[in-house]
Ligand binder design. Structure first.
Ligand code: GLN
Length: 537
């Protein structure tokens, strides 16, 4: 019998940023905890082929998958909630759809037909949605459509899922629509009209939502739920409240209380499955809410105005804090405001310092100074990608005495290129998807901080960079106290550096933050927070 994958489509209305990603991830978590295999996909209506070329100020962090796709940050939420890797196929953009249709057209695959939005673009979109079901045989695929209904850009996606409902047949798909019920303080009322209008827009596009998730600041009473159900043509139990909560990790528990999972399963004609197993999730929440201590950690970056720019790092620190039963106040500090003469003022009192990834020379000197402060004061330090490169530059300048040491990314003609363009990157001109991306092997030296953290010596971590540690300098570094403790076994590329004499000084060329989840907090973050806690005593 062919595998029968069921599909859940999640749209949003009224405003953006209502948390479709978190609702999708929460539903996935609940279905998974009832024994179903689930994945989540994000359809992004913008024309970039992927968010890899987007400035973080535009669209927040670019999340990288195991298979090296540069994707939307919502995929990070999906992985953190369901603890399963996503792939290139889990993020589809308009740019990618058009690119593929145009390539097919150039190859003559449309046999002389006029290529149009319907059916060619919509067929391509439908193919991408179904691929996850047919190829990977999930029980349920949850597809989140980015943007807000009514946007011109998302129309082809809405049309595609409208068609899919009929292609798939009855009880094989469910439409969830997320809206906002605003509270008007002046009249002391919650208002349902924006929801009614939003559903009307969906109806105009041929879609009757099956479930409405209403984002609200105040509890919805039964009358309001009945009213929404009546005006929007849904069953009263399919009106789900999503009230504001302190942490996104409570949303699955809220959705469980609201029976979102059971409502969806019933509409898909699937059995309720096991009683949800949320033991480790609940343990995490309880540790998160009852910390035994509080410490301040600094995140030194240059995109600090937009918290989403460092989403995965922020979440990894939350996971690691909970695992250490400690509340970590993560202070994001703008690297452009830091220099050698104000280190005490800017960084004094921090129990740990993380230097963030990044590109280009803006703010780089502040990151280098921060690494110096952490090294000299014995403050636990975690340098991630560019952060690791800054620690290397700092060590070269101030310990090895190579005063002009730099990365060739910042100073092309430096006499001491301690960080240099990777051989494989030389000659690459295109920017999109051309970095060293995705998971690579790393072998860790025994007896190091990294080995202590991972409890093993063979690991795989995800990458997103063009520059690397210049091995011509390795001997000089190691003789003077900064050693390479993790290398790529195939290329000898330095993946981890440490200062063994320092209480906890670790720089990584990869991005551990992409692999931290609620159930599996990342060992490097856990050990970094542990070291910060010890430093605070
Ligand atoms: N800009 C650096 C490089 O390309 C670091 C990249 C990063 O921090 N992700 O190597």
């Amino acid at each position: 019998m062919p595998h029968n994958t069921k599909y859940v489509f999640v749209t949003g209305g009224v405003t953006s940023s209502l948390g479709k990603g978190i609702i999708s991830a929460s539903l996935a978590k609940l279905l998974q905890s009832r024994g179903y295999s689930v994945t989540i996909q994000k359809l992004d209506p913008y024309i970039n082929v992927d968010p890899g070329t987007l400035n973080p100020y535009e669209h927040g962090e670019c999340y990288v998958t195991e298979d090296g796709a540069e994707t939307d940050l919502d995929l990070g939420h999906y992985e953190r909630f369901i603890n399963l890797p996503t792939t290139q196929a889990n993020n589809v953009t308009t740019g990618r759809i058009y690119q593929s249709v145009i390539n097919k057209e150039r190859k003559g695959e449309y046999l002389g037909k006029t290529v149009q939005v319907i059916p060619h673009i919509t067929d391509e979109i439908k193919g991408r949605i179904k691929l996850l079901g047919t190829k990977h045989k999930y029980d349920v695929v949850i597809t989140e459509i980015g943007g807000t209904v009514g946007d011109i850009e998302s129309l082809p996606y809405i049309e595609s899922v409208r068609q899919l409902k009929w292609d798939l047949g009855p009880t094989n798909s469910v439409f969830i629509h997320l809206t906002l019920v605003p509270y008007l303080a002046a009249s002391g009322e919650l208002k349902t009209k924006p929801t009614q209008h939003s559903v009307k827009v969906l109806l105009e596009n041929g879609i009757q939502p099956d479930v409405l998730v209403l984002r609200t600041e105040k509890t919805l009473n039964d009358d309001l739920r009945r009213k929404v159900a009546l005006f929007c043509n849904v069953e009263p139990e399919a009106v789900v409240e999503s009230i504001d909560v302190k942490t996104i990790y409570e949303v699955p528990l809220l959705m469980l209380k609201e029976k979102l999972d059971l409502t969806v399963l019933k509409k898909l004609n699937l059995p309720a499955g096991n009683e949800p197993d949320l033991v480790s999730w609940n343990q995490f929440i309880s540790k998160l809410k009852n910390p035994k201590s509080t410490i301040k950690v600094g995140l030194i970056g240059k995109y600090v105005e937009l918290p989403d720019a460092y989403k995965s790092i922020v979440e990894s620190v939350i996971h690691a804090g909970a695992s250490n039963e400690c509340k970590v106040e993560l202070l994001t500090i703008h690297s452009e405001t830091i220099n050698d003469s104000n280190l005490e003022e800017k960084l004094g009192g921090l129990k740990g310092i993380i230097v963030a990834p990044g590109f280009g020379h803006r703010g780089i000197e502040g990151k280098i100074s921060s690494a110096k402060y952490a090294r000299e004061k014995g403050i636990p330090f975690l340098g991630i990608c560019l952060g690791m490169q800054c620690a290397v530059i700092e060590f070269a300048r101030n310990v090895l005495g190579l005063s002009d040491a730099n990365s060739t990314e910042m100073a092309r003609n430096t006499l001491n290129p301690v960080i240099d363009l990777m051989e494989t990157q030389k000659g690459i001109i295109d920017k999109g998807g051309t970095m060293r991306l995705g998971a690579y092997n790393c072998t860790i030296k025994k007896g190091t901080k990294a080995a202590q953290a991972y409890h093993k010596t063979d690991i795989q971590e995800r990458h997103r960079h063009r520059y690397e540690f210049n091995n011509a300098y390795l001997e000089q570094f190691e003789k003077n106290g900064m050693i390479s403790t993790g290398i790529n076994p195939d290329t000898n590329l330095v993946e981890i550096i440490e200062i063994p004499k320092h209480p906890w000084f670790v720089g990584v060329q990869f991005h551990p933050e992409y692999k931290s989840s609620v159930v599996n907090p990342h060992p490097l973050f856990v050990n970094f927070v542990k070291a910060a806690l010890e430093f605070s005593k």
